[in-house]
Design a protein around this ligand. Structure first.
Ligand code: MRU
Length: 356
């Protein structure tokens, strides 16, 4: 299954998951090929593929690859191999719930279908393809619903990369920006550099510029001043997990932006598919926050910027309380969390785009 656009974040063909290597962008556009579930797990862990929806889709293909590689085994061994693959893939990154959501969808089919062998392998691939397709469709819907919330001639600030690179295609926050640009609502995009891994500087500027969307890159500590100058009309970010009470985990720095936006009277929007909503996690304080290697903070790209022995704290995500989120934009509708809108309204039926 291929994705849309001028590059493919993930592409599965004939037993191989081909991933654009996001560690090398923007300098080099090259691809990593995964032939085993171990290779898929390594790619997720090492950020070859990153972004909540994209790692969910990658894990689904990891399961499909495991199903195909083990299909000639006895039924019990086949199922056991699938359970090991699920455990391996689930152990890669802890915060984005899409990973666990996708793996659980695959496991449910194994449990409930009773299929094994070639039939199970085929079913697993069909489901991974469906998860891939659904994610692209969700992003387009999120884009359409989110763009309608933006003021005219908007200058949007975004953080990290919640783009085509972070999803199966089109993006969540970046989907809102893309749709807004196409409809004339968005005129330019401020992109936070997003230390320490620079997803904003390296990835978001790359993919938006390819679409001809005007981009202004700023360092993370410039956002407050840009807001004070009146340069920002809305903040739109993605999410790694939305708790049942509407608290949002996203890339480290998001929480600070939400506080700044509130202080300056600027709307703060979170764009995420339903696969990012986790009703089993009651609030943000229960969301596991990944800590990444200290070397990411001691260096800037390839260049060391701090003493080798300095102590580092490197949380990859933070939690923004629901009261700072003016709207959560999903493919099922919009919830105005700051105005008392509730997450469970998204599950009360799929009746129209505007829910709160
Ligand atoms: O560590 P990363 O690059 O995987 O973090 C990604 C983010 O925080 C994104 O904003 C989030 O996953 C949403 S992607 C549509």
């Amino acid at each position: 299954m291929e994705s849309e656009g001028s590059f493919h974040t993930l592409e599965y063909r004939y037993g191989i998951l081909r991933l654009i290597d996001q560690r090398r962008l923007p300098g080099e556009e090259c691809y990593v090929e995964c032939r085993t579930e171990e290779e898929v797990a390594d790619a997720i862990r090492s950020l070859v593929v990153r972004g909540a929806p994209a790692i969910g889709v990658a894990a689904a293909y990891g399961m499909a690859i495991a199903a195909a590689r083990n299909m000639s085994r006895a039924p019990a061994q086949h199922v056991a191999a699938m359970e090991s693959a699920a455990k391996l893939l689930a152990g890669t990154r802890p915060t984005a719930v899409n990973l666990f959501w996708a793996i659980e969808r695959m496991r449910k089919v194994i449990r409930e279908s009773g299929l094994t062998g070639v039939n199970l392998a085929k079913e697993m691939l069909d489901l991974a393809d469906a998860i891939h397709r659904e994610d692209i469709a969700s992003c387009h819907k999120i884009g359409e619903l989110g763009a309608a919330l933006l003021p005219n001639d908007a200058a949007v600030l975004t953080h990290c990369n919640a783009g085509a690179l972070a999803t199966a295609g089109y993006g969540t926050a970046t989907g809102v920006i893309r749709s807004g640009f196409r409809s004339g609502r968005v005129s330019r995009v401020y992109v936070d550099e997003t230390r320490p891994v620079l997803q904003g500087a390296r990835l978001t500027t790359w993919e938006l510029s390819r679409d001809g969307i005007p981009v202004i890159l700023i360092t993370d500590n410039m956002a407050a001043y840009c807001m004070r100058l009146g340069r920002i009309s809305a903040v739109v970010v993605g999410a790694d997990r939305v708790a049942a009470n509407g608290d949002v985990a996203n890339k480290i720095g998001t929480y600070g932006l939400a506080i700044l936006a509130r202080e300056h009277g600027i709307p703060f929007f979170v764009a995420a598919p339903m696969s990012t909503v986790d009703l089993d996690t009651p609030s943000g304080s229960e969301i596991p926050i990944e800590e990444r290697p200290p070397e990411e903070v001691r260096s800037f790209g390839e260049c060391r910027t701090a003493p080798e022995e300095v102590t580092v704290f490197n949380p990859a995500f933070d939690v923004t309380p629901a009261r700072l989120v003016d709207a959560l934009i999903t493919e099922r509708g919009v919830v105005h969390l700051a105005n008392g809108g509730r997450i469970d309204s998204l599950y009360a039926g799929q009746n129209g785009p505007e829910i709160s």
